[in-house]
Design a protein around this ligand. Structure first.
Ligand code: PLP
Length: 467
């Protein structure tokens, strides 16, 4: 592709993207394809000779787009959002064009220095005290893995990486039953092992871990010869938005010299609104906090920030400095690849910088506060219907409900979610609460309006009563 063609196709892609976004409201939210439909359209072998871009682009529109679920759709109420505000898409175009690998300061000084600056902007935006620094990772899963490795090494006196875990006292980590499965995976990969992830039961309207049980388990484990290493708390669990009592958990962690990692992958974005910060009171005592601007804040996937109180612990756990990665004579600079598991790094700070400057915190707060208000009002409306019940009350913009009219069964509620998603006007997912199926609703798309919430009410009630 020569320079002129590159320009032409870049413009065509940008035009396509803008038209696509404008047309989302008319498309079904979830892809309406069956397994294998798309693969059946793709050639079985790669072409020997290059093809014309017209043909490639035409196939993109014909084959790929109909097989996409539209995450930027205004009526995407499933999972959690993965917003990509247009301004962050523009930044990503630029990042794609420059295509820098930003592993070290010297491999792109601007990427490293902007990352340091926007992380401090986000620290201030979230109301975190000075003293936290951080790093942008690809995902909360990677940040949590880094935190678990760090708590493991810290507890083992920095011997795990060198000697392995055999012959060491078993390391223990504590988390509630409401944390995301990325915690389980970090526990597996780190060698801590699932048997040493101690589940603490939850209590109260925020489904937070019971601090008394947490402390009792730590004390018991110490007496039994285990090595308690850390606690993983959540602010805004995936299923129903569970929030652990961070202050109380932090006090226990400090008393027992445990590392505290807080997973606020979704809810962290809402902490730009001071009113919601009561959900993580005490957060300043955490050692590590992860939140995903690529979820609710509008930064195109992927963009996950891990804040750290003592980054040197994580660097001591993860940094490898072979000769070919040493940056001689540049002491005092940051090489963010030493803070993370992957070495290679995309330039993720640019989209956050564009995003924060374009909306300002006031603009972003208004979007998030609307989502919370609208989710609360939909929960009230559904809860007032005789044949619906709220299973979990709204925590920020997430709540869950069941249809109790007709067959009040798990099978009926699964059938309801499936029927709603096949209808295509809105997209929802289900979860399990106290052993029973509940339907989740979260409002978080940047393009959602109150009319979309009204449509959600109409679609849910209409289809439930028709089933
Ligand atoms: N933590 C929570 C609370 C989540 O909801 C999710 C994903 O939805 C994750 C962690 C994992 O996020 P990521 O996809 O960035 O690894």
């Amino acid at each position: 592709m020569d320079k002129d063609d590159f320009k032409r196709w870049s413009r065509r892609a940008a035009d396509w993207g803008a038209d696509y976004r404008a047309s989302l409201g008319e498309r079904p939210v979830r892809a309406q394809t069956r397994p294998g439909d798309i693969a059946a359209e793709i050639a079985l072998s790669p072409p020997e000779d290059g093809e014309a871009m017209e043909a490639i682009f035409a196939d993109f529109e014909r084959i790929i787009v109909p097989g996409m679920t539209h995450w930027q759709h205004p009526r995407f109420f499933a999972y959690f959002p993965a917003n990509a505000a247009p301004v962050s898409v523009v930044a990503e175009y630029l990042v794609s064009a420059m295509a820098a690998q930003c592993m070290l300061w010297q491999t792109s000084p601007a990427a490293t220095e902007l990352e340091t600056c926007v992380i401090d902007w986000m620290r201030q935006a979230l109301g975190l005290p000075e003293g936290f620094s951080g790093v942008i990772q690809d995902s909360a899963s990677s940040a949590t893995l880094a935190a678990v490795l760090t708590m493991r090494e810290r507890a083992l006196g920095w011997t795990g990486n060198k000697q392995g875990l055999a012959g060491q006292n078993a390391v223990r980590v504590y988390a509630s039953s409401q944390v995301h499965t990325s915690i389980d995976r970090a526990i597996w990969i780190s060698g801590v092992g699932e048997a040493n992830l101690v589940r603490i039961p939850v209590t109260g309207s925020l489904y937070g871990m019971d601090p008394a049980v947490l402390e009792a388990r730590i004390v018991e484990d110490k007496a039994a010869g285990f090595l308690p290493a850390g606690v993983i708390a959540c602010t805004g669990g995936t299923s129903i938005g569970a929030c652990d009592p961070i202050g109380e958990v932090a006090a226990i962690a400090q008393r027992h010299d445990l590392y505290l990692h807080v997973d606020a992958a979704w809810a962290g974005s809402a902490m730009i609104c001071p009113d919601y910060r009561t959900l993580w009171t005490g957060i300043e005592a955490a050692d590590s906090i992860v939140f995903n601007p690529h979820k609710w804040l509008g930064a195109q996937f992927d963009c996950s920030i891990q804040f750290l109180r003592r980054p040197e612990d994580q660097v001591r756990t993860l940094a490898i400095q072979p000769e070919y990665l040493k940056t001689h004579g540049a002491d005092g600079i940051l090489n963010y690849s030493e803070w993370t598991v992957p070495l290679g790094r995309r330039f993720r700070a640019l989209k956050l910088w564009f995003l924060l400057r374009h909306y300002g915190l006031t603009g972003l707060r208004a979007i998030i506060a609307n989502h919370v208000t609208w989710a609360e009002s939909l929960a009230r409306r559904l809860g007032a219907e005789a044949d619906f019940e709220l299973v979990s009350q709204p925590i920020l913009s997430l709540f869950s409900f069941r249809h109790t009219g007709g067959a009040d069964s798990d099978a009926h509620n699964i059938a309801l979610v499936n029927a709603i998603n096949a209808d295509g006007r809105i997209y929802l997912t289900q979860t399990r609460v106290d052993g029973r199926i509940a339907i989740r609703f979260q409002a978080g798309s940047f393009d959602t309006t109150e009319a979309d919430i009204d449509m959600a009410f109409a679609v849910i009630t209409e289809i439930a009563r028709r089933l």
